[in-house]
Ligand binder design. Sequence first.
Ligand code: GLP
Length: 247
Amino acid sequence: MRIVVVPDTAAMGKRAADLVEKEMGKHVNPVIGLATGSTPLPLYKELIRRNREGGLDFSTTITFNLDEYVGLPTDHSESYRRFMNENLFDHINIVPGNTHVPNGMADDVEAECENYERMIADCGGIDLQVLGIGGNGHIGFNEPGSSLGSLTRIKTLTEKTRQDNARFFDSIDDVPRYAITMGIGTIIAARKCILLASGEGKADAIKDACEGPLTAMCPASVLQLHRYATLIVTEDAAGKLTLPVED
Ligand code: GLP
């Protein structure tokens, strides 16, 4: 696990964009896994800038998002499909049909999950997966206790996650109780992973993920097993690490 500490979120976005751009350059049809949340926004801002000003071409890129709330229509202000359209896809030259977000409105959720796995496999697997981290160490919506070998499925959100995400909704009662998420097994099957974290609120989760035991109680700790996992964390999020890191 490579841990890179950066001074601020802008630097985090640039370092992450460097890795995404480098990976995209290696493939005819790069397959990039994407995440939602406030953390990857500086990365998306930088990718948009490079697309507009630097010629970074997304026309053959395929994306798969980690997760989606169950029961929110795609045009709901907090659906992850809408988030991705508004914060990235609508601003770059990606083909809309090449962007995938699980369908949280599917009648048959189980079939949707199986189909999502199949589509990833049909594209040859994910070349690089971008991740955020929940305050409780979750990745995607794989809450503590999730099977480390799990594939895409429906998960019940913990109270902590619903409270953390309540800031985006009118009240906590409006926060969905379920989500479809790539499994931990799906995530670590990606050939490379980059996890971004910023803010003091993530310091405990980052310490547990990097220096704690490998445990389902901190799903992000599974990255300790991954051959090509890079963490890009701001100084405040890295504040509780005790081992030496890069900058
Ligand atoms: C949600 C998403 C995660 C994300 C996490 C952290 O729960 N499912 O993929 O990493 O929030 O969000 P933020 O980056 O806003 O702290």
